[in-house]
Design a protein. Structure first.
Length: 598
C-alpha cells in the first residue's frame, strides 16, 4: 500500500555556512529516508527552507552593515548550491520571506486566536538604552539560571537545552553594543500552552510509532517536571511577519512561532508550483500520512511539544481562515528523529572560531558520496559523535573503497573484459550461488527495516556487511583463477556476483546516490534511479526568490531484488571512489581555525 511520507527538515538560519554538523544533524538523514521511501514507491514530499527572519540573520546584517534582505539571500543561494552538489533532493527548499508563508503563518495565528488560545499581556523585555530599542532574545546573552552556562541566550540555553524565561537571565549583556540592558514593559500576544498541555502530554505518551528515548525523554520529561507554560509569540521587530491585528504595527510574529509553520507553508507553496494547489492536503489533512521531522537536539522541545500544541490549537479553523474550508485538522508529527551533535577533532564546532568543516568547502576537494558515507556511518543518532580527519581517511579507504568500490569495479571490469561487454550466462546455479543471493536479497527486509525506523547507521552497517559477504563468496569461488581452467564456473560466479552487486546498489542508494547512479548505468540500465534537483525563480508580492526543486524520475518501485538477465549489455566501468593519500589528514587539520572564503 502506497503511503504519504512528509520529510520536514530543520530550517537553517541565513547567517552562516552549513557545516558537517548541520548536514548530519538534519539535511542528510532526511534525504536518506526520503530516498528510501521513493525507492519503496511511497509518495514523498520533502520540504524545508531558509529561516530568513531569525535574529541571527539580523545580527549578521548589523555586523556587516548590509540590508537584511541582501544577507539572507546570499546565504540562501549558498544553501541551494550546496544541496544540488551534495544530492539533498528537496521537493521544495524555499524561504520564510514569501507572501505564501506570511499568509499561512498569519492564518495559524488567527486560528489560535479564534479558538481561545491567545491572550495579550504586558511583560518586561530587555531594552537597550544605548541602541534605544527592545532587544530580540538572541541579542541578549548571559548566565543560564538552570545550569550556570555563561553563554546562554535569553530564550534558550544551548548547554542544558532549557527553554528560558528571558527576564530571569543572570548578568545579561547586549550582543549589539555590549551594554547592560534593562527590563521595560511591552505588550505581546501569548500562546496559552497550559491549556494544551494535557492533549500534548497524551499525544507524546500514546504516539503511534517508537520515538528515540532522547527525544521522548526530553520533551515529555520537561512537560512532567515544568509543565507547558504560556509563551510570548510576538516581538518588537521591524523585520519579520507582521501581527495580523490592527493596532499592532511595529510588532512581528516570534520566529520560533512562525518558522515551524514553514513546514506547512512550504508544502502549500510546492503544491501551487506543481500545478495542483490542493495536493498539499495529501500530507497535511490525511490522518494516514506520516510526517518525520529531522532536527538537532537543541530543537527537540519546539518540535515535539510546541509544534504539536500549535497544530492542536488550530483545530479545524486554519483551513476555514486560510481557504474558506471546514472539517479538517492538520496532521500531527509521526516521528521526530532528532540527532545529537557532531563535534570536530574533540572540540565543539564553532563558526566564530572557524572550527568547522564547511560542506561547500569540503566539496571543492572531495566527492559528495564519501561525505555522505562518513556522516552516516558516524551519525550522532543517540549520542554526540566526532568528526576526525584520520577516521575519515581510514573509512574512505578501508570501507568505501576496499569493501564496496573495489568489489563493484573488479567484478564488472572482469565481466566486461572476458564476456565482451555482456553479463555471462551462468548455466545452473549451485547451492552456494543461491545461498549468497538469498542472503543479499534478505537485505531488502533487514536493511529496509532499519531505514523504516530511521536507524541509518544500522542500515548502512548491514548493507556493508552484505557487501563483505559477496567479497567472501568471490574469495571462495575465485573466478579470476577458474577462468583459465573452467570458464563456465567463472561465468556462474561472476553472474551471481553481478546480481548481488545490483541488489547492493539499491540497498546503498539512499546513502550513496551519486555512485549508485553511476553503477546503475554501468550495469546497463537506461532510466536513472533518482530524478534531479533544479533551481526555479519565484516571484510574489515580497519580491523574487530562488527555490530548489526536485524532478522525480524512476525511483518508484526499485526497492526489490535484481531482475538483471544474462546476456544484457554492460558499460565499461570506472572506479566509483578515489583512494585518499594519508597526507590529507594533516593538511585538513592545518586548515581548522582558519577562515574560509566562499
Amino acid at each position: 500500500m502506497t503511503e504519504h511520507i512528509l520529510i520536514a527538515i530543520a530550517w537553517p538560519y541565513a547567517n552562516a555556512e552549513i557545516h558537517v554538523g548541520n548536514v548530519t544533524g538534519s539535511h542528510l538523514p532526511g534525504d536518506i529516508v526520503a530516498r528510501y521511501h521513493r525507492l519503496k514507491g511511497n509518495r514523498v514530499l520533502m520540504v524545508s527552507g531558509t529561516d530568513s527572519h531569525g535574529t541571527p540573520v539580523t545580527l549578521r546584517a548589523d555586523a556587516e552593515g548590509k540590508p537584511i534582505e541582501e544577507v539572507y539571500k546570499r546565504f540562501h543561494n549558498g544553501f541551494l548550491d550546496l544541496f544540488l552538489q551534495l544530492g539533498i533532493h528537496y521537493d521544495l527548499f524555499t524561504t520564510t520571506h514569501t507572501e505564501n508563508h506570511f499568509k499561512v503563518a498569519q492564518s495559524i495565528f488567527l486560528a489560535l486566536q479564534k479558538n481561545g488560545y491567545l491572550y495579550t499581556e504586558s511583560r518586561p523585555q530587555w531594552y537597550s538604552p544605548v541602541s534605544k530599542r527592545f532587544l530580540p532574545d538572541r541579542y541578549v546573552e548571559g548566565t543560564c539560571y538552570v545550569c550556570g552556562y555563561e553563554g546562554a541566550r535569553s530564550d534558550q540555553c544551548d548547554r542544558c537545552g532549557s527553554v528560558l524565561e528571558p527576564e530571569k537571565l543572570i548578568n545579561p549583556r547586549s550582543k549589539v553594543d555590549g551594554s547592560t540592558p534593562e527590563l521595560r514593559e511591552t505588550e505581546h500576544f501569548f500562546l496559552d500552552l497550559s491549556k494544551l498541555e494535557p492533549e500534548v502530554a497524551r499525544f507524546l505518551r500514546e504516539r503511534k510509532h517508537y520515538w528515540r528515548e532522547t527525544v521522548i525523554g526530553q520533551s515529555l520529561g520537561q512537560i512532567e517536571s515544568e509543565g507547558l507554560k504560556p509563551r510570548a509569540i510576538t516581538r518588537d521587530l521591524d523585520w519579520g511577519i507582521p501581527v495580523p491585528i490592527p493596532g499592532w504595527e511595529g510588532k512581528c510574529l516570534y520566529v520560533w512561532f512562525e518558522a515551524v509553520i514553514g513546514y506547512l507553508s512550504a508544502a502549500i507553496e510546492w503544491a501551487k508550483l506543481s500545478g495542483d494547489p490542493q495536493a498539499w492536503k495529501n500530507w497535511w489533512t490525511n490522518p494516514e500520512a506520516k510526517s518525520f521531522y529531522f532536527i538537532g537536539k537543541d530543537n527537540i522541545f519546539f518540535h515535539a511539544a510546541w509544534w504539536p500544541a500549535q497544530l492542536m490549537g488550530t483545530g479545524e479553523q486554519f483551513l476555514e481562515i486560510f481557504a474558506g474550508e471546514t472539517g479538517q485538522r492538520l496532521t500531527l508529527p509521526y516521528d521526530v528523529p532528532a540527532n545529537q551533535f557532531m563535534n570536530l577533532e574533540g572540540q565543539k564546532i564553532s563558526g566564530s572560531r572557524n572550527w568547522a568543516v564547511y560542506a561547500r568547502d569540503f566539496l571543492t576537494r572531495y566527492d559528495p558520496d564519501p561525505l555522505r558515507y562518513y556522516l552516516t556511518v558516524n551519525m550522532p543518532e543517540t549520542r554526540d559523535t566526532d568528526w576526525d580527519w584520520e577516521d575519515f581517511y581510514k573509512r574512505n579507504n578501508d570501507e568505501l573503497v576496499a569493501t564496496w568500490g573495489n568489489l563493484a569495479n573488479r567484478v564488472l571490469s572482469f565481466a566486461y573484459k572476458h564476456w565482451e561487454g555482456v553479463i555471462p550466462d551462468p548455466g545452473e546455479l549451485t547451492a552456494a550461488d543461491q545461498e549468497l543471493l538469498a542472503i543479499i536479497e534478505k537485505g531488502f527486509e533487514t536493511v529496509g527495516k532499519e531505514y523504516e525506523a530511521v536507524h541509518l547507521r544500522a542500515a548502512l552497517g548491514e548493507a556493508m556487511r552484505l557487501a563483505s559477504e559477496v567479497n567472501r563468496y568471490l574469495d571462495q569461488t575465485a573466478p579470476w583463477t577458474s577462468i583459465k581452467t573452467d570458464r563456465q564456473a567463472a561465468a556462474r560466479a561472476i553472474y551471481t556476483a553481478i546480481r548481488a552487486i545490483d541488489n547492493l546498489k539499491i540497498l546503498l542508494a539512499p546513502v550513496l546516490p551519486h555512485t549508485a547512479e553511476r553503477l546503475h548505468r554501468f550495469l546497463g540500465y537506461q532510466q536513472p534511479l533518482f530524478g534531479q534537483g533544479y533551481l526555479q525563480e519565484v516571484e510574489d508580492a515580497l519580491g523574487s526568490h530562488t527555490v530548489v526543486r526536485y524532478d522525480p524520475d524512476s525511483a518508484s518501485g526499485q526497492w526489490q531484488p535484481s531482475q538483471i538477465k544474462a546476456g544484457a549489455p554492460i558499460q565499461k566501468p570506472e572506479p566509483l571512489f578515489k583512494k585518499l593519500d594519508a597526507s590529507i589528514i594533516e593538511e585538513e587539520r592545518a586548515r581548522l581555525g582558519k577562515p574560509v572564503v566562499f
